[in-house]
Design a protein around this ligand. Sequence first.
Ligand SMILES: [Zn+2]
Length: 358
Amino acid sequence: MTKDDREFLFQLLKTPSPTGFEMPGQRVWADHLKPHATEVACDAYGSTWAKLAGKSDRTVMLAAHADEIGYMIKVIQPDGFLRLERIGGSDVATARGRRLTFFGDKGEVTGIIGNTAIHLRRDNGGDEKAPYIQDLWVDVGASNAKEVADLGLRVGHPGVYPDGHEEIQNRRLIGRALDNRIGGFIIAQVLKRIAKEKKKPEFTLLCMNTVQEEIGGYGAMMATYRHNPELCVCLDVTHATDTPGIDTAKHGATKLGQGPALTHGTSNHPLVVKRLIQVGEKAKIPLQHEASSRTTGTDTDKIFPIREGVPSALVSLPLRCMHSVVETVHLDDVDHVIELLTGLVLSLSAKDGFHQAL
Ligand SMILES: [Zn+2]
């Protein structure tokens, strides 16, 4: 990773982009790709793409989602405390005792999600249950509702945890929103690598940073309809289940640092998956495999049934502690996903087709 790439990665990671409010992160991503792409633009809701023209208009889309989970102000109480709504699958079990930064009309406002002192809680005998979202309260330093309004905050303003990112031992990268800002970073790296190739790729490459994945894949649907790609590889994170206390019989056995995971079944088109395996084997990229019996829970589910069907496949980056501020990925896996997706795009030739045949 070059110094410039590393700066881009950390800038992208730290820029808040909760679902429905993704534009700050999208602008960072777009600015980084403008010098390398044929076209950089966004749609009405903010899904942002970078296109690299190939020899033909036949298009391969690499999709990753730009949004992250967070919170919204639901109620401003007369006593100045705020109550919250979740954005996406925020884990309220880990919410108390954290800072929360809101993005209001006058800029950023930091508050705390209150944690009543252990001494003052009735049920502090070690068997406390996780709170409900309505149990959480936020203190932004205001004594009444007017003081909250004076800070530029109203109901509906979003917030995220301000926790930063860090590379710790053994190439582990930790922090919030690696799901799936790291995906936006990866597809940007793929585009830059292919732009540097001497030969133009056969297919036009469309790198798509979608909005609103965490609440249902709406950005992916709009983008797929608009661009009508011939095939798509969707990139998201998957649960690395190699930490204590996870039942692998129930949740599968995917490990951190053991390579990208390919998903089989449902939205994953057998011919696209087969090609990914071939590319991986040729480049000696370690691969892991996951089973999908119904849905993948990613944008892939929303991309493949658009129009008459888009042959698609999900490539996943193993990640520990999903939807927490200590999400963890392995930079070896990040490198391997970049290699796999680059190899896939470069493998496409004029005679390729991904339609099933009778
Ligand atoms: Zn995700």
